[in-house]
Write a protein that binds this ligand. Structure first.
Ligand SMILES: [Zn+2]
Length: 256
């Protein structure tokens, strides 16, 4: 069974068939799904899916693109959810996004909110799910400031050198459909170098559908493509990648 460690079923693109689609997952060999939140509302939805489906787990957090004036109050709500809900297994997704945010003051605020959520993860003994878009240097600096915290860099897009440091810090690297695209050279190099027992697979649904489904609405039904791609790079069976990435996800998110 496959573990899609990052999918956003709160997205409106699933409004028409969410229940039918999620109910069909076990029959399609998808055994576990982790739905991260990006703000209070989507974190609540993630928790509600986790309550409804035994194979869904949740993360709660404030995404760097979703920070507004209320972030301090929102963080209190996130903390309360993380403490109360047993199926919340991570703080995420959190991090920095300099692709969408060019303004220096707003970037500083992203750093403050990222740090506060790293503190929360440390306090609650939860792993983190990190979103790092064109902010590698600052993401690493904050990650280094919390040596007690473990987690995953989702949709990993950094260098081989950065991957080595993250692995030393105890982090996992997770890969989306991007690795099935022709121009994915850098990510493929990282996959070749990193040990299989530190890799995870994800769809980031509804975004970034893998080849040959590119352009369509993505869902966990396509997560097998990431296992197949990693298997080809590593020269092992897809079944082996399926098994090991399932174990990795269960270990990081404390799922028995
Ligand atoms: Zn995401």
């Amino acid at each position: 069974m496959l573990f899609d460690t990052h999918a956003h079923y709160d997205d409106a693109r699933f409004d028409e068939d969410r229940d039918a689609l999620l109910s069909s997952m076990p029959a399609h060999n998808v055994g576990l799904i982790l739905n991260p939140g990006c703000d209070v509302e989507t974190s609540r939805k993630a928790v509600s899916y986790a309550q409804k489906y035994p194979f869904i787990y949740a993360a709660v957090g404030i995404h760097p693109e979703n920070i507004d004036e209320n972030w301090n109050n929102d963080l209190a709500v996130i903390k309360e959810m993380a403490q109360r809900e047993t199926k919340v297994r991570a703080i995420g997704e959190i991090g920095l996004d300099y692709y969408w945010e060019k303004e220096e003051r707003a970037r500083s605020r992203q750093q403050v909110v990222f740090r506060r959520q790293m503190e929360l993860a440390r306090e609650l003994h939860l792993p983190v799910i990190v979103h790092d878009r064109e902010a590698h240097g600052d993401c690493m600096e904050i990650t280094r400031q919390f040596p007690e915290v473990r987690g995953v860099y989702h949709c990993y897009a950094g260098s081989v050198e950065m991957a080595r440091e993250l692995l030393r810090l105890g982090y996992y690297l997770s890969f989306t459909g991007v690795i099935t695209f022709k121009n994915a050279r850098k990510a493929i190099e990282v996959i070749r170098e990193a040990p299989l027992d530190r890799l995870m697979i994800e769809t980031d649904a509804p975004y970034m559908a893998p080849e040959p489904y590119r352009g369509r609405r993505n869902s966990s039904l396509y997560v097998h493509r990431m296992a197949e791609t990693i298997a080809a790079v590593k020269g092992v069976d897809a079944a082996e990648v399926e098994r090991v990435t399932m174990e990795n996800g269960k270990r990081l998110f404390a799922i028995s």
